[in-house]
Design a protein around this ligand. Structure first.
Ligand code: ADP
Ligand code: MG
Length: 277
């Protein structure tokens, strides 16, 4: 198990009205899985993400990463946890520090004390993993949003994480940029990296192994995309949208195409249409 939450509650300290952002959550993120977390604004998704790598520590309950609690006093242990569970956030511009891309990528490994020669290898690996090798010596300022997010992912990959948490990392991107980032996330998952993707885009969720829905700080749904999107009453209750592929498949079925009555992703829907004679 990569990450395990046991009865985790997190309360933001405030003078008069403390906000309980995460309430009594039990959750296990399996090694190698691709998990989407959905839910309305303010439902606690980002707080949950920050609890995953010790950026926040539970008010009560326990979060463990590879069996080690995030509520450790040992700086080194916390460092190891942050290295294992990498985070990419929403706004790519807030995540760039360096003026040259390779320096941006080198920053993490340098902080980890990785030897010079190995840093070079890591830069190559990370840039190649996100398809940005030829930008190594460029400045990040002129990149598109999708490219910037891929650099932000590369900067995390250079620390050789086991889990990558993407907190609405596609939210500010155009459809092309979103597709680029999603493709990278799936490729990394194929290479064995566990992906936790927080998203508002339900078609992204159709491509996950598992979808977790949060509402008012609690996990209220947890299942395969099929199980989640079949449950129309809950989808409505938690103010989620249906994936666009679902509406398209329904229209095609109605128009007489012999599609199955199931939840399609963009890929599986395209494949199903191609199989039709
Ligand atoms: P989401 O990512 O699903 O939009 P968040 O985890 O950001 O949800 O927020 C959950 C709740 O915690 C919300 O009510 C939000 O207002 C509150 N919250 C988030 N960050 C802070 C903070 N730094 N201080 C106080 N309350 C916060
Ligand atoms: Mg959020």
């Amino acid at each position: 198990m990569a990450i395990k939450f046991e009865k985790v509650t997190y309360e933001y300290p405030a003078e008069d009205n403390a906000v309980v952002a995460v309430k009594n959550v039990d959750l296990e993120i399996e090694d190698g899985s691709f998990v989407c977390i959905c839910g309305e604004n303010g439902s606690g998704k980002s707080t949950l993400a920050k609890l995953m790598n010790g950026l926040l520590q539970p008010t009560s309950g326990v979060v463990t990463v590879d069996g080690k609690t995030t509520a450790t006093e040992e700086e080194e242990e916390l460092f190891a946890i942050r290295q294992k569970v990498g985070m990419v956030f929403q706004n790519p511009d807030n995540q760039m520090i360096a003026s040259i891309i390779e320096d941006e990528i080198a920053f993490g490994p340098e902080n980890l004390g990785v030897p010079r020669e190995e840093i070079g290898e890591r830069i190559e690996y990370a840039l190649s993993a996100v398809g940005m090798t030829e930008y190594r010596h460029n400045t990040p300022y002129k990149l598109s949003g999708g490219q910037k997010q891929r650099i932000a992912i590369a900067a995390v990959l250079a620390m050789r994480p086991e889990v990558l948490v993407l907190d609405e990392s596609t939210a500010m991107l155009d459809p092309k940029g979103r597709a680029e980032v999603l493709k990278v996330a799936h490729e990394l998952n194929d290479q064995g990296i566990t992906i936790v993707l927080i998203t508002h885009f339900m078609e992204e969720a159709t491509q996950a192994d598992r979808v977790v829905v949060m509402s008012e700080g609690r996990v209220v749904m947890d299942g395969t995309p099929e199980e989640i999107f079949r449950d129309r009453a809950s989808i409505e209750k938690y103010d989620l949208e249906l994936p666009i592929t679902d509406a398209i498949a329904a229209d095609l079925l109605q128009a007489g195409l012999p599609l199955e009555d199931k939840i399609y992703s963009e890929k599986t829907l395209a494949e199903a249409i191609c199989r039709l004679k």
